[in-house]
Design a protein around this ligand. Sequence first.
Ligand code: G3I
Length: 300
Amino acid sequence: ATTLGASAAARNRYFGAAIAASKLGDSTYTTILKREFTSVTAENEMKWDATEPSRGVFSYTAGDRILNQAQANGQKVRGHALAWHSQMPGWAQALSGSTLRSAMLNHITQVATHYKGKIHSWDVVNEAFADDGRGSRRDSSLQRTGNDWIEAAFKAARAADPGAKLCYNDYNTDGVNAKSTAVYTMVKDFKARGVPIDCVGFQSHLTDNAPADYQANLQRFADLGVDVQITELDIAGNNQTAAYTAVTKACLAVSRCTGITVWGIRDSDSWRTGTNPLLFDASGNKKAAYTAVLNTLNGS
Ligand code: G3I
């Protein structure tokens, strides 16, 4: 096939992009968005600070714009993110303990209920592990409500939207290392105890190369009985074409890898300013990395 989305669909996978509601009036942007992608993620519009700016006051305007535009284009929507220590609204940053715990659970219930039946996969918890090389939980106000905050979040999300796949999502978990092994151990424990979890998201904000054990890492999670998804792919540095090829091949080689999302459309849309880590240049032209991904999806 001739687009990322159609080529991925022929391999029974989605190919998505993170998008910003503020760019939906840019015709270069929307032309690529409609043509190439079968899934979208709101880059910021479904986060806690965006959806509950004041306690108990919910604001879905920007998130709904993304959802409605996607539905009109026949695209699926990935939900991002219900519980995350970053981009918490100021009022929630001021809470702690059981008050914060119940505010978080209410937030999850309300947002997942608002979008019930419309989200294919939710990042229920984002970035809860530390980068300390020991696989610790990240210290945060959410973590300080009790180590069971993650499973409480997943249970609330399942109750609110039983049809959505519920994912744990993180970065620097793309290869086998202390952090990814800590996530692995948590997922294994959740599966053993019946805590609802369906998928793990690997953000894959990479530089130069995918880890050599990228595919093996995806596979060990899949072997636990969860789907795996590449959720925020962008690749800085030299060797971009080869690295995008390797990531795409790895997803195709793991049967439970259900899709790939790139974190933006054009280089100029990327949060990694100045690194040009995406598949389209600032003018919307296809880059060599685009062609490499397309050809890999098409098996050539
Ligand atoms: O919307 C305001 C705007 O009104 C204001 O004028 C402007 C001035 O700073 O800020 C705008 O908000 C910014 C927002 O992006 C929208 O552009 C925030 O400051 C900025 O912090 C925010 O950055 C986002 C970042 O998450 C926040 O942590 C990035 O766009 C977004 O790409 C990034 O995405 C994260 C994923 O959610 C989780 N994984 C890592 C990934 C990259 O950091």
